[in-house]
Design a protein around this ligand. Structure first.
Ligand SMILES: NC(=O)C1=CN([C@@H]2O[C@H](COP(=O)(O)OP(=O)(O)OC[C@H]3O[C@@H](n4cnc5c(N)ncnc54)[C@H](O)[C@@H]3O)[C@@H](O)[C@H]2O)C=CC1
Ligand SMILES: O=C(O)C(=O)COP(=O)(O)O
Length: 575
């Protein structure tokens, strides 16, 4: 039976049957891949849902697959209580509120390369259609006319193609246009001129590109905010274009101010424009778009850039594979809102992720209370890796034992910040006491009291330092507070301090035996002070007793242990 695992943070619940919702049309191959890899999953294809209907049903699903039509808004994501992953079978995720998804710990994946050739080829089709009036000539001929002189075109050879956004699609367009013997001039603030030159592309400012190009084609993603690309090509930019130039947009509608484009076509400043994408899709009641569609020098297609058989199979299977992986506890290949971790790295990090999560849980159970800052020090080879997953695991361990939130790699940082917790990392490839050691030093707000009380003559103390290591792939805790120790952070564990004197182990063992509790492992760790010779064996000091047991310990046994007088601060944690 295919069941939802709890891979990266959502609260452990009863296993449920996996439910996947697909709301836009995707290739059969994607659906079939889901069916074969998750044979017991329930896969529902429900197209044409209204936003309200989607909000109503989304709570039942663990995964949602969309293309550009479905709007995955904050309301939808907030209603998706079981949602772990949203898959975008394509590139652009501007229809998905990724910020809310991140906050909710929902992974958003896409198919970053599955349809770029399709989009680039469609752009070339638009370019040639503009140059040779193919759509209008086709309509006229089919209407029984023979208008050879009306459709006099231009050659693209030796013309300049201005590419705005030299990313994956932009570069694929540039390469194809070079085959048509065009000169390529590009604007992209994030691409180096050297890299472009290697590909035979000249870089310029946006103004250069607009002023010098015969055709301008847009290939940036749509982003909002002051530095965003929304409205990148407005009245001012259109007027910079050469008189008689042509504009192509196969990226996103919002990149162009459509009213300004309409005027530039109406007054003849531009010879033509070809649009595959619009600010309203499908076009229903937007007056500017209705007029643009009616304009004889405007060529329009209904967002067909990615619509080839090959691209659709590729994006659907790409996203389906990632959904299977994430729902089975694995990692996505192309998460839009999560760090990319290579599988080899992940293999090394996995036991450390368990270690960090357990260290977080151990700390909050030993020392419940507010936190302000944690210093995490990594020593040894482990320090040379990308350690973001470990930080997420630590936050998960710290937060999940004390609150209802679900922490995963996606939202760990946001949640830590919301919680007022600062995490500072220090890395050194020089080993500490153990070959690969992780040490937490926890700072609590002023005035936080100790929960590890002593007794008359024996000081109270806080366990604010915890160190761990991985030994033969097994996580181990090696230090708690000022005590060396060595135990596996798993299951019920009793912690207490005892006077560092003979007879203590026997006393604890007898009481637990009386309670019928089986001891799996016991460790009595001396204090760091004792080991370093600061305290002589004759002076009163305490040791830390750590006893891993198979079951919960009855209250009377804990009371009896505490009443022995030489054992104190008895605490049981469940890791
Ligand atoms: N019509 C369709 O069906 C399809 C449309 N697309 C759209 O095409 C666009 C490009 O996709 P990719 O090439 O895969 O993305 P990409 O991320 O590889 O490339 C985008 C490029 O834009 C550049 N850029 C960012 N801000 C810029 C700015 N202010 N000015 C100039 N350049 C800027 C980036 O540096 C990057 O190189 C996206 O909007 C995507 O959604 C993609 C596939 C199909
Ligand atoms: O991948 C993209 O960014 C696209 O624009 C393709 O959109 P679609 O999947 O055809 O709705």
């Amino acid at each position: 039976m295919t069941q939802v695992h709890e891979p990266i943070g959502k609260a452990a619940q009863e296993p449920q049957t996996v439910r996947i919702l697909i709301t836009d049309k995707i290739a059969r191959e994607g659906v079939e891949l889901l069916q074969t890899q998750m044979p017991d999953a329930q896969i529902d294809e429900r197209r044409g849902l209204t936003p309200e209907q989607l909000q109503e049903v989304i709570g039942e699903y663990h995964a949602l697959i969309v293309r550009s039509e479905t709007q995955v808004t904050a309301e939808v994501l907030n209603a998706g209580q079981n949602l772990k992953i949203v898959g975008r079978a394509g590139v652009g995720v501007d229809n998905i509120d990724t910020e809310t998804a991140t906050r909710q710990g929902i992974i958003v994946v896409n198919s970053p390369t599955g349809n770029i050739i399709a989009a680039a080829e469609h752009t070339i089709a638009m370019l040639m259609s503009l140059a040779r009036h193919v759509p209008a000539a086709n309509a006229s001929t089919k209407a029984g006319k023979w208008e050879r002189s009306r459709f006099l075109g231009i050659e693209v050879r030796n013309k300049t193609l201005g590419v705005v956004g030299l990313g994956k699609v932009g570069m694929a367009v540039a390469r194809r246009a070079q085959g048509l013997e065009m000169q390529i001039l590009a604007y992209d603030p994030f691409v180096s001129p050297e890299q472009a030159r290697k590909n035979g592309v000249e870089m310029g400012s946006l103004e250069d590109v607009l002023r010098r190009s015969d055709f301008v084609t847009l290939h940036t993603s749509l982003t909002s905010g002051p530095q965003g690309t929304r409205g990148l090509i407005g009245e001012h930019e259109l007027r910079m274009m050469k008189p008689g130039a042509r504009l192509i947009n196969c990226a996103r509608g919002g990149l162009i101010e459509e009213e300004a484009l309409l005027s530039a076509l109406n007054d003849g400043h531009l010879a033509g424009a070809a649009l595959d994408v619009f600010s309203q899709e499908p076009i229903r009641d937007n007056p500017t778009l209705i007029q643009l569609l009616a304009h004889e020098r405007l060529i329009a297609t209904p967002h067909l850039g990615a619509s080839t058989e090959e691209a659709q199979v590729s994006v659907a299977t790409d996203v389906a594979e990632q959904i299977v992986s994430v729902l089975n506890g694995g990692f996505p290949r192309a998460a839009v809102n999560a760090p990319l971790i290579l599988p080899e790295t992940l293999k090394v990090l996995q036991p450390y992720m368990t270690l960090l999560e357990k260290m977080g849980r151990l700390y909050t159970q030993l020392q419940p209370g507010p936190l302000s800052k944690i210093e995490v020090t990594y020593n040894g080879d482990i320090a040379s890796y990308d350690l973001r997953p470990l930080q997420a695991a630590l936050v998960k361990g710290l937060l999940e034992s004390v609150s209802e939130v679900h922490v995963n790699m996606i939202n760990a940082q946001v949640l830590a910040k919301q919680w007022g917790l600062e995490i500072v990392e220090q890395k050194s490839t020089t080993p500490a006491e153990f070959a690969n050691q992780v040490t937490l030093r926890v700072l609590t707000p002023n005035g936080t009291t100790s929960s590890f009380v002593g007794k008359p003559g024996i000081e109270d103390e806080r366990f604010d330092v915890i160190s761990g290591s991985v030994i033969y792939d097994d996580p181990r805790i090696v230090r708690v507070g000022r005590y060396w120790s060595e135990f596996n952070p798993e299951g019920y564990i009793l912690f207490c301090r005892n006077l560092d004197q003979p007879g203590m182990i026997g006393r604890a063992g007898t009481i637990l035996g009386k309670a019928g509790i089986n001891i799996r492992h016991m460790d009595v760790g001396p204090s760091v002070r004792r080991q370093s010779g600061q305290v002589t064996p004759h002076k009163a000091d305490t040791a830390l007793m750590v006893i891993s047991v198979d079951d919960t310990i009855p209250d009377w046994a804990i009371r009896e242990l505490s009443e022995t007088g030489d054992i104190f601060g008895v605490t049981v944690v469940n890791l």
